[in-house]
Design a protein around this ligand. Structure first.
Ligand SMILES: NC(=O)c1ccc[n+]([C@@H]2O[C@H](COP(=O)([O-])OP(=O)(O)OC[C@H]3O[C@@H](n4cnc5c(N)ncnc54)[C@H](OP(=O)(O)O)[C@@H]3O)[C@@H](O)[C@H]2O)c1
Length: 238
């Protein structure tokens, strides 16, 4: 039987890259897409396998159908691209920032899933990566949480509407990836140590913690319409 094909948009870094690594080890054929050629090439070298790479800015609605068609048909789509915009206290967060968060995450996820439909195998799957902010009452995350909750809301609707295609989501907690590079090393280490203290398992996550959840949702053909909150228990509160 030929290997199943997975396309990971946002596969050149962090959670998407760890997912590519894990799925390659499991025998899937993997294509990764992102906006930066150099990042894609570094990822390809790190993965050390016959990974295909495609340049795609998923915020560019007109480019998506064309780029996805050039990839050809595939079995599974993983949407691992995101945004760090829209965080901050509700009283002061700027509407433009919140809007940008939706433009950089919700609409690209929506548009990529839509454009992938003619290319996806009917028994295949879509996995959206949302975030714990969609589910937890964490002060300072109203804007971020709304964009991620909008993605989580797609999961059950699409799983019902697009059957037998399976549609699932993973909502990560705090994961040590380049997503946090808007902070200095010193700030990052203080933030991670604070989150580790608030997280029942006593640490922040590694990208492969989330890759394991994604791989499970892709491989288990009885899973659809579910969002796994993989956050070390952060959303349980203190
Ligand atoms: N890290 C966390 O703590 C955390 C927590 C909760 C949720 N998440 C979510 O998990 C997902 C993965 O995040 P991560 O931590 O792995 O981030 P990351 O390390 O910054 O990786 C993001 C990936 O997405 C690509 N990307 C970004 N914008 C894109 C666009 N418009 N079109 C195509 N590719 C794009 C990036 O490559 P280019 O920049 O080259 O395009 C990169 O490959 C995101 O949705 C994020 O919101 C992360």
């Amino acid at each position: 039987m030929s290997a199943q094909q997975v396309v990971i948009i946002g596969g050149s870094s962090g959670i998407g890259l760890a997912t590519a690594q894990r799925l390659l080890e499991q025998g899937f054929e993997v294509t990764i897409a992102g906006r930066t050629q150099a990042r894609l090439e570094t990822a390809k070298t790190a993965l050390g396998h016959a990974v295909r790479t495609f340049l795609l800015d998923a915020a560019d609605g007109t480019a998506i159908p064309q780029v996805l068609s050039s990839i050809g048909s595939f079995n599974h789509l993983v949407l691992a691209l995101g945004s760090s915009k829209g965080g901050g206290a509700f009283a002061t967060v700027g509407l433009d920032d919140v809007r940008q968060g939706f433009e950089e995450k919700f609409f690209p996820h929506f548009a990529c899933a839509q454009a992938a439909l003619p290319l996806l195998a009917p028994q295949g799957s879509i996995t959206f990566i949302a975030a714990v902010t969609a589910h937890a009452a964490m002060p300072g995350t109203a804007g971020l949480g709304a964009a991620n909750a909008a993605i989580a809301a797609l999961v059950r609707v699409l799983a019902s509407e697009l059957r037998p295609l399976r549609v699932n989501g993973v909502s990560p907690g705090v994961i040590d990836t380049p997503w946090w590079d808007f902070l200095s090393d010193e700030q990052k280490s203080a933030v991670f140590s604070d989150y580790a203290g608030k997280t029942p398992v006593g640490r922040v996550g590694a990208p492969d913690d989330i890759a394991q959840a994604i791989s499970f949702l892709i491989s288990n053909t009885f899973m659809t319409g579910q969002t796994i909150i993989c956050d070390g228990g952060l959303s349980l509160g203190s």
